[in-house]
Write a protein that binds this ligand. Structure first.
Ligand code: NAP
Length: 298
């Protein structure tokens, strides 16, 4: 236990409220560090804890959370879909994406939403704000995170959204899964072999695959030759935040592209969740970002 942890423990009282993150595993989650830094800055009698919960214990754990008046919690792998049947209400955005990353207790009921979309688009609406309606997005990968990225690109109003995957049957499944949502028919799916043509048109290129994530830091979903086809003013965005920057972003930078790493998305989806749990607009985002940067040494 380090000094910082010790301070959190000293401040715990009989009235302390609980927030947390459920996952399996959850030991390496950076969320407790980021959220506790914010709660401490706000001077709230509230702690955010990691809860390692095996899939077979999910229902029991959520019932237990209700019994001890947990205010709300974040949801990570492998519970983002499994939590859905245990909730009384699911926000339209979480329904459309088919995954919940944030749950709040409201009127003795569990209500789920998804703040990954807000987290993803935050830097594209602030630091890199532009008229997205004339731009084309190319998204690498069609897993869970790609769903939030597609929804984010639709919300930004991008003219074209292309999702590229390596497994054709999973790509088809991905397309069909949106059929009854407002996002249906707002994007096209492509096999990996179509990438050379798509890259030349990409104004926004997003990596949602785990390729290049620590410890495989020398890997990139695209080669230097493929990256060389990017338009000069392209924005490349990697959802990965360790390492910072990834090989993918290093290659993009060499081409003169603007680069965004996954740390800001992590911070902004967390800040959006805190707004919901604390029912307040003012969240110390700078403190949250700083806590992560200090930890990651960047
Ligand atoms: P996921 O559901 O497992 O999806 C991964 C996707 O990448 C799948 O489509 C997978 O294809 C594809 N893929 C994996 N290896 C590949 C390879 N070698 N070549 C081409 N495609 C490959 O994972 P996820 O939850 O979406 O997470 C993806 C990444 O986003 C992770 O690195 C995660 O840490 C990051 N993330 C970051 C944030 C943030 O806040 N910054 C939030 C969420 C996720 P197959 O289905 O064919 O295997």
């Amino acid at each position: 236990m380090n000094n910082q942890d010790h301070n959190y423990c000293q401040n715990i009282t009989g009235k302390t409220k609980f927030l947390g993150v459920i996952g399996h595993p959850v030991e390496h989650s950076l969320s407790p560090m980021m959220h506790n830094a914010a709660l401490s800055k706000l001077g709230l009698d509230c702690v955010y804890l990691p809860f390692p919960i095996a899939p077979e214990n999910l229902e029991t754990a959520i019932a237990g959370f209700a019994a001890i008046s947990v205010v709300g919690f974040s949801v990570t792998i492998p519970h983002k879909q499994a939590i859905l049947p245990l909730l009384s209400e699911i926000s339209p955005i979480a329904q459309a994406i088919g995954a919940v990353n944030t749950v709040i207790r409201q009127d003795d009921k569990w209500v789920g939403t998804n703040t990954d979309v807000e987290g993803f688009i935050a830097p594209l609406q602030t630091t890199y704000q532009q008229d997205w309606t004339q731009k084309k997005a190319v998204i690498l990968g069609n897993g869970g995170a790609a769903r939030a990225v597609v929804a984010g690109c639709v919300q930004l109003g991008l003219a074209e959204i292309h999702v590229v995957g390596r497994n054709l049957s999973k790509l088809k499944e991905f397309s069909h899964s949106w059929e009854n949502s407002p996002f249906a028919n707002k994007f096209e799916v492509h096999s990996w072999s179509e990438l050379p043509k798509l890259i030349t048109q990409a104004n926004l290129l997003v990596n949602t695959t785990p390729v290049g994530m620590y410890p495989h830091v020398e890997q990139s979903p695209l080669s230097a030759e493929e990256m060389a086809k990017l338009p000069l003013d392209a924005i490349t965005y990697d959802l990965i935040y360790i390492p910072k920057p990834t090989k993918f972003l290093q290659l993009a930078e060499k081409q003169g592209a603007i680069t965004i790493d996954g740390l800001e998305m992590l911070v902004q989806q967390g800040a959006a969740a805190l707004k919901i749990w604390l029912q307040q607009e003012e969240i110390p985002v700078t403190i949250m970002r700083q806590a992560l940067q200090n930890h990651l040494g960047c």
